[in-house]
Design a protein around this ligand. Structure first.
Ligand code: SAM
Length: 225
């Protein structure tokens, strides 16, 4: 994965730098409270460029920081549609029209009541919603069960520390991955400092400095078991 990502940084360096500039400008409007950190957002963008999914699903938009990252990748691919789900609809007012038009559907409400709206042909799944164990147990059964094995998937807020906190979403997901023998990747500063250092070295070489300046990157990336 590290080798794939360093290659993707080099391949898409110019596009990525342009997206980072636009994300900075979006942040400067003051309308967004962002959650994703820099490297995990960049990895999301690069994996979407690499896999070129026709259907992407995002669980948890909040003010739309990750939504804008995902839509930027679909715009740069020239194809693909994003279906986003959230209890709150701030994102309707923050995502730029030129990113949203023709490639985005927002489904307001609880995912547990909208599950049938998750496309059967989802080609990339992004999860950043309720970080409790109960919600995780629900989505591991019901949401993951709808997604084709092998689909690129990411889950946020797993590694804020060197290990996932017990009784959280993160520990539930890691248990599932362990049970199914599914490898995962993280660029978490506390959990995988070597991986983050390797990516930071390529970023420095390419002059990529990040949209926010945040470095924790607690997200994990894996292929759906
Ligand atoms: C951490 S925020 C998402 C941050 C966003 N991805 C970003 O990059 O800024 C988590 C979001 O998940 C949403 N959420 C929590 N439980 C949910 C559920 N059951 N169904 C849909 N959305 C949910 C919350 O309303 C919240 O906006």
């Amino acid at each position: 994965m590290l080798e794939l990502l360093t290659g993707l940084y080099r391949t898409h360096a110019d596009d990525l730098a342009a997206v980072i500039d636009r994300q900075r400008a979006l942040l400067a409007t003051g309308s967004i409270t962002p959650q994703l950190d820099d490297v995990e957002a960049e990895i999301t963008y690069l994996l979407l460029r690499h896999h070129r999914p026709s259907q992407v699903v995002e669980i948890g938009t909040y003010y739309g920081w990750s939504t804008a990252w995902i839509l930027s990748a679909l715009r740069d691919n020239g194809s693909g549609h994003l279906s986003s789900f959230d209890l709150v609809d701030h994102v309707r007012r923050t995502v730029p029209d030129d990113l949203a038009t023709g490639r985005w559907t927002f489904h307001p409400g609880d995912l547990r009541e909208n599950l049938e709206k998750v496309p059967h042909d989802t080609g990339y799944l992004f999860v950043d919603a309720d970080h409790g164990r109960r919600f995780a147990r629900w989505y591991l059964e019901h949401l993951f069960g709808r997604i084709t094995p092998g689909t690129p998937t990411s889950v946020h807020d797993v590694f804020h520390l060197p290990r996932a906190r017990p009784f959280t979403e993160g520990s539930e997901v890691l248990r599932r991955l362990e049970r199914t023998g599914t490898p995962w990747f993280t660029a978490s500063r506390p959990a995988a400092p070597g991986a983050l250092r390797a990516l930071d070295a390529v970023r420095a070489e390419l002059g990529i400095t990040g949209a926010r300046g945040t470095t924790r990157n607690p997200m994990i990336f894996f292929a759906m078991p």
